[in-house]
Design a binder for this molecule. Structure first.
Ligand SMILES: [Zn+2]
Length: 138
């Protein structure tokens, strides 16, 4: 159970909140110029980070305000909570030593398909191909 500090209400139980997905996914500047693939990648493709991840949360049973959270998806440690529209905080300045991956912990060779294209349909772009659409800090 997480204890989440709402920017407006203070520390509240996790059950008062709802997860809102990856933060900082910018709306395309010119959506009409996107191909169907690029539009689908904007809509559906999200990072699946193991480690520190920026995500959106809403205090649904409290003030009903959205905010961003920098959370470790492995340890569930909450590094930072910051407002919508604010840039992702730089953890390097806070002395955090968060190594996102510990080799061999979950990755067993062969379990997740061939390297580079895990779980994607044939011809689908790799998840890293979604990065040009989003721009950080929006
Ligand atoms: Zn609140």
């Amino acid at each position: 159970m997480l204890l989440i500090s709402c920017p407006n209400c203070g520390p509240r139980d996790e059950t008062e909140f709802h997860y809102g997905g990856q933060a900082h996914v910018a709306y395309p500047e010119s959506p009409n110029d996107l191909t169907d693939r690029e539009w689908a990648e904007y809509l559906f493709y999200r990072e699946n980070t193991k480690g520190t991840f920026a995500e959106r949360w809403v205090h649904s049973t409290g003030c009903r305000q959205w905010f961003n959270m920098l959370r470790d998806t492995v340890s569930y440690e909450i590094h930072s909570i910051y407002g919508m529209g604010q840039p992702r905080p730089d953890l390097n300045t806070s002395g955090q030593s968060s190594e996102p991956t510990q080799p061999g912990e979950f990755t067993q060779a062969g379990d997740f398909g061939q390297a580079g294209e895990p779980g994607l349909a044939p011809g689908a772009a790799s998840p890293t191909a979604t990065t040009p659409i989003s721009s950080e800090g929006v």
